[in-house]
Design a protein around this ligand. Sequence first.
Ligand code: HEM
Ligand code: HEM
Length: 194
Amino acid sequence: MRPNPPSDPPTDAKADAAWSASIRLFHWLVAVLIFSQFALGWLAVGWRLSPTKINLFVWHKSIGMLILALVAVRLLNRLARPTPPLPPDTPAWERAAARWSHALLYVLMVAMPLTGWVVNSAAGIPFRIFWQFPLPALIAPDKQVAEIAALVHFALGLAFVALLVLHIGAALRHHFIKRNNVLTRMLGTRRTVK
Ligand code: HEM
Ligand code: HEM
């Protein structure tokens, strides 16, 4: 690796590094899909029994399975790419909070589709992803399991919302209060840190 030339600014140059383009692409694509998932999930559950309700569920389950596939690729990509270090003045508790909350976000991005898949299997509902590909059942139909899995899916959804409020709050705090580059390096824009 090229050593830093003596003219480099005294700030931690690596802390200014952005996330790679593929990590940013996955982050924002999956974020948009997950926000749509909450809207579709709650709309579908609340809708009166009609073809629209069924279509809302097909969209919800299809996009959910797409998220599962994208997150699998995203995780591999994430492990293969360097992580830009946090600004040098970040306290230890914040570093730990960032590490653990990001890990938990990944767990939820996988657990939500999996529990949804279990609900769908246990409810014995035949379903084709985007009206095309039949989704194999993970388990045999069982009404009680379907009810428990739906409860778990719902509870994990609430935990996900709470964690996202923290995550987005932390990003905004970095940008507007601490005035560092943590948000801009995920947006792919640049900020001159004083
Ligand atoms: C990141 C992915 C997902 C998110 C964030 C998500 C979120 C939600 C939310 C917020 C609800 C409404 C919960 C309620 O009010 O009871 C819901 C319901 C539901 N979701 Fe998902 N979901 C995801 C993936 C999936 C997948 C992949 C499937 C199936 C293949 C699925 C199947 C269902 C079903 C069947 C319900 C209705 C449960 C019930 O009858 O109470 N979800 N989902
Ligand atoms: C469903 C929505 C979201 C999910 C699941 C999510 C998940 C994640 C994860 C797992 C990371 C760690 C980086 C990685 O491993 O890819 C991350 C980083 C980040 N996210 Fe999100 N995110 C979401 C929405 C948002 C939103 C709406 C914002 C901004 C308002 C945001 C701002 C950031 C920032 C600034 C980072 C970089 C943190 C750092 O530099 O260490 N995220 N996000």
